[in-house]
Design a protein around this ligand. Structure first.
Ligand SMILES: *Cc1c(COP(=O)(O)O)cnc(C)c1O
Ligand code: SF4
Length: 434
């Protein structure tokens, strides 16, 4: 055994059907359990024994940030939606009736923000590659079909429709053949980003088939393989004591030995997720393979909406050899009304946190919106000709020519997303609109 973690925990998931058996639930009032039942009928809900035993401080429930991250709460549905489901449950409605009503509500929650399903699907020989997305020139997203779930679900996740079985998931892809072919035909692509769900839910047996196919193809353009994952926060034993932990690390090593940069894009929302022995050890094990770990998180009210939390998180990440990468804003979907932070507030939190950290932590960029035209960063509030404006720029764009060009929007403290902004100085459109 390479790491110092000696117990070998068995993964156990908790969802609507068994959450009442969680021992820590006993101390909670019935009211909170009912909330889980009502909201969990509409939004995805999955926790696990690590999250429950190691991350949540049960003395601080319901305000605890990790409880809020993983357990459904009343305010995550608007009151009218909440009452519709609560009524059915109180009346003893059947599972089918509740599901029908839940689907109606889900359809009202903007299940596909930023044109997720329709846009950016690449083609090869007239065939749609539905398990891929190619939006930004250098980077292709790949959704392996066996990686479309997670070790637990985040209550704010914009991918929630796939977890509640609302769409048959159109993204997922089984074959690497077409992926390899596409990369050969697109020499401009340098990065492939495995995403999901969480690709680290895959057993190494499957994961390594994808990786081997890529490595064996000897693609001269392929420089970086990225893996988007929350496993370090939700199930670090994946890299420590799970049956395939050592093999998974071995697959990482193979990538590094091939001379390809391996970047684990780790999703951390709160410093507590980095505080356990298991998380620390897992980070070390991954780093030993030659992989980098870059970190990203959305900014979420009730979970991490303070500069102190972010400063602490970035410091801790650098101390543990991770590279802070992105701070995102909450997308307009699901429970966004509960989690959203205004653009102006987000910028202030970012700036206050950024001021508290050393230069080595300032690799992070944000706050950024992953919107339809691209990733847009809020640079801040400026005054131009005595007029307060919001200054923004593209970090990524459908058109690479948009990147890095500052542009201005009318100052408005009540805006939460790009499409709510108005161009400053009386202009009719932003430069990227036509
Ligand atoms: C964020 C993102 C990427 C990666 O962008 P980087 O700025 O290179 O990290 C690629 N594709 C899509 C669709 C994205 O949203
Ligand atoms: S781990 Fe990622 S994909 Fe999974 S629920 Fe959380 S945000 Fe969504």
């Amino acid at each position: 055994m390479e790491n110092t973690i000696t117990e070998k925990p068995t993964y156990k998931s908790f969802a609507l059907h068994n959450f009442r058996k969680i021992p820590q639930m006993e101390q909670l009032p019935e009211e909170l359990k009912k909330e889980i039942e009502v909201v969990g009928s509409v939004l995805p809900f999955k926790a696990n024994n690590y999250v429950v035993d190691e991350l949540i401080n049960w003395d601080n429930v319901p305000d605890d940030p990790i409880y809020t991250l993983t357990f459904p709460k009343r305010e995550m549905l608007i009151p009218q939606h909440y009452r519709r489901i609560e009524k059915l449950i109180d009346e003893g409605a059947s599972k089918m009736q509740i599901k029908e009503e839940a689907n109606k509500i889900r359809a009202e929650l903007n299940p596909h923000p930023a044109g997720q399903l329709e846009h950016n699907v690449p083609m090869i020989e007239g065939q749609k590659l539905t398990g891929m997305q190619h939006k930004y020139r250098e980077t292709v997203l790949f959704f392996p079909s066996q990686g479309q779930t997670c070790h637990a679900y985040c209550t704010f996740c914009f991918r929630w429709p796939q977890f509640v079985g609302m769409d048959e998931w159109k993204f997922a892809m089984k074959e690497t053949e077409l992926l390899v072919k596409y990369l050969k035909e697109h020499p401009e692509v340098t990065d492939i980003l495995f995403t999901g769900g969480d690709p680290m839910i895959m057993k190494n047996k499957i994961f390594s088939t994808y990786i081997d196919a890529l490595l064996d193809a000897d693609l001269p353009n392929l420089q970086t393989i990225r893996i988007g994952t929350k496993a370090l926060a939700y199930w670090p034993y994946k890299f420590l004591t799970d049956d395939d932990a050592q093999q998974t690390l071995h697959t990482f090593r193979k990538i590094a030995h091939k001379g390809i940069n391996l970047a684990i894009m780790a999703h951390f929302n709160h410093p507590v997720e980095m505080s356990t022995d298991a998380a620390k050890e897992a980070i070390k094990e991954i780093r030993k393979t030659g992989a980098q770990i870059r970190t990203q998180s959305p900014l979420m009210k009730h979970i991490n909406d303070s500069a102190e939390i972010w400063a602490e998180m970035w410091r801790e990440q650098v101390n543990q050899n991770c590279i802070p990468y992105y701070m995102f804003l909450a997308r307009d979907t699901g429970a966004q009304h509960y989690f959203k932070v205004s653009l102006v507030d987000a910028w202030e939190i970012f700036r206050n946190a950024y001021q508290q950290i050393s230069g080595v932590c300032r690799t992070v960029r944000g706050p950024s919106m992953s919107a339809d035209p691209g990733k847009v960063q809020i640079l801040g509030v400026s005054e131009v000709n005595d007029q307060k404006v919001l200054s923004l720029r593209f970090l990524q764009g459908r058109d690479p020519d948009w990147i890095g060009k500052p542009f201005f929007a009318e100052y408005d403290e009540e805006t939460y997303w790009l499409d709510e902004l108005k161009p400053a100085f009386g202009e009719e459109k932003f430069f990227f609109e036509n």
